[in-house]
Ligand binder design. Structure first.
Ligand SMILES: Nc1ncnc2c1ncn2[C@@H]1O[C@H](COP(=O)(O)OP(=O)(O)OP(=O)(O)O)[C@@H](O)[C@H]1O
Length: 364
């Protein structure tokens, strides 16, 4: 992000409690013009409340919100939602049923008639609904209604777009296309976008930056690549995919496991560590008359397992193993079709550059 890109949204140290429980706890984030930040986390972690405080429909107990440098929420300051220059889009986007599509899009527009008509036309074209202006919402499909809601939210050229699970009401087939088109349009309009979602795939697809939230706090922030490939703790790793966990005791910055030794610097002698590995980073190899493949520095020592079951998921196959050691159960994924029969003996190896090491309390 170039330094000259203006910060449209600045949120600092927001906190909010309900009935003595902090549901938003010291949340700080910024979003620049044309940037999409996804607030990602499980249900109930405080994402929507954060968004509602920024929108101005909920008050904060502590902290500040600035839009284009202007303080809109803070100690003694509460600018009403309609004066904040924010566009809102929620899952239940509720178009006005008695208004036409064009009237819906123009609803929040304060401009003289000719400019208004021009802007409505421009937006309907951008959401591929030219010619739909005189229809009513009930004549439109769910995807079309969603695009009208997007056009309506963007019509007054908000500085900040706040979106709360805006695609979750759409069926799977429509969703990817609409997400991509929405993203293009938001970038064209140059708004700063804060999008709330509980779906990691959606965040990976949409975000320039992901802010991972848990129990009211942002636990990790970064580009999707970094959040996926350098999770801050075991729970952060597990939020994006299934994980396998192998436990061991660190001694002299090394932890011995049935897969060979792992470097575990920074962990005290005798400390329990957890080695976390995503299913796609387990390498499967064949049995060679009771022997596995030779150890390598990249993949360590192979460990033997027996297939419990295998499933084909379309893009990949998932294979569950019962390992020879400690009754461990591991899951490996393989691109394409790989469906070994239950009872087949295979060997697994762990890519050393793709595993994460955490203390047994879950943090590195
Ligand atoms: N007005 C309120 N009064 C009391 N509790 C509230 C209020 N609003 C939210 N909460 C509680 O705060 C917590 C966080 O809710 P919030 O809606 O922000 O979470 P979320 O991460 O957006 O979850 P979801 O994805 O399920 O909407 C929840 O436990 C919720 O019950």
């Amino acid at each position: 992000m170039p330094d000259s890109t203006p910060l449209r949204l600045e949120v600092s140290h927001l906190s909010r409690a309900f009935g003595g429980r902090r549901v938003v706890d010291d949340v700080t984030l910024t979003v620049a013009a044309g940037q999409v930040t996804c607030l990602l986390g499980p249900s109930g972690c405080g994402k929507s409340t954060t968004l509602r405080i920024i929108a101005g429909v909920e008050r904060t107990d502590q902290g500040e919100v600035r839009i284009d440098g202007r303080l809109v929420e803070g100690p003694g300051v509460h600018v009403p939602p309609e004066a904040r220059s924010v566009g809102l889009m929620f899952q239940d986007f509720a178009l006005f049923p008695h208004l036409t599509v064009a009237e819906n899009v123009g609803f929040g527009l304060r401009a003289e008639r000719a400019r208004k008509v021009q802007r409505i036309g421009e937006l309907l074209e951008k959401v591929d609904l030219s010619g739909f202006g005189q229809k009513h919402p009930h004549e439109l499909s769910g995807g079309e209604q969603q695009r009208v809601a997007l056009a309506r939210a963007l019509a007054p050229r908000p500085r900040v777009m706040l979106m709360d699970e805006p695609f979750s009401g759409l069926d799977n087939r429509l969703r990817d296309g609409i997400r991509d088109r929405t993203l293009e349009l938001l970038k064209e309009e140059g708004a700063a976008v804060l999008l709330v979602t509980h779906e990691p795939d959606e965040a990976m697809r949409m975000a320039d930056e992901i802010a991972l939230m848990r129990q009211g706090r942002i636990v990790q922030k970064g580009a999707p690549y970094n959040v996926y490939n350098a999770p801050v703790d075991k729970a952060a790793a597990a939020f994006f995919s299934d994980i396998n966990v192998i436990r061991g005791i660190s001694r002299g910055a090394l932890t011995e496991t049935p897969f060979g030794a792992f470097l575990t610097p920074g962990h005290a002698d005798g400390a329990e560590v957890e080695i976390v590995i995503r299913p796609q980073h387990l390498r499967i190899d064949f049995d060679r008359g009771g022997r596995g493949p030779n150890p390598t520095p990249e993949d360590g020592t192979p460990a033997r397992g027996t297939v419990l079951r295998s499933r084909y998921l379309g893009r990949e196959s998932l294979v569950d193993f019962s390992m020879d050691f400690e009754g461990a159960k591991l899951t490996a994924s393989v691109p394409g079709v790989f469906l070994p029969k239950p009872g087949t003996v295979l060997w697994l190896m762990i890519r050393r550059d793709r595993c994460f090491v955490f203390g047994s309390h879950g943090r590195s």
